[in-house]
Design a binder for this molecule. Structure first.
Ligand code: SF4
Length: 109
């Protein structure tokens, strides 16, 4: 088959399912901070740990040792930092620890 025979078959001009919609007609996907100006999104995250829920598993201290520790007596969570820059490796680790805590004792946000 000559190359010219293929012209127009795979030229990327296939209309998509919403080709007839103007860009402004396509519904926007709201994010967690929809409606907030960029300056309204806090630059810092608050970190909280509820020692009354903590069962001393140590997942938080293992996952985010810069943010969480455990006390010597009972092994309960100790917060080393209560605020973290939103976009930082420590914030990422703290969020991961929040998800791993078996007692749901950690809140990051
Ligand atoms: S992961 Fe949860 S239960 Fe385990 S020590 Fe940390 S706060 Fe306590």
């Amino acid at each position: 088959m000559a190359r010219d025979d293929l012209a127009g078959t795979h030229d990327g001009a296939q209309p998509g399912p919403r080709a007839d919609l103007a860009q402004s007609d396509v519904p926007a996907q709201p994010g967690p901070h929809a409606g907030l100006a960029q300056s309204d999104v806090p630059a810092q995250l608050d970190v909280r740990a509820d020692r009354t829920r903590c069962v001393g598993s140590g997942m938080c201290a293992l996952t985010a040792p810069e943010v969480f520790d455990q006390d010597e007596e009972e092994g309960l969570v100790v917060l080393l930092r209560t605020r973290l820059p939103r976009r930082s490796p420590h914030a990422d680790a703290a969020r991961e620890a929040e998800g791993l805590c078996p007692a749901e004792a950690i809140r990051v946000g």
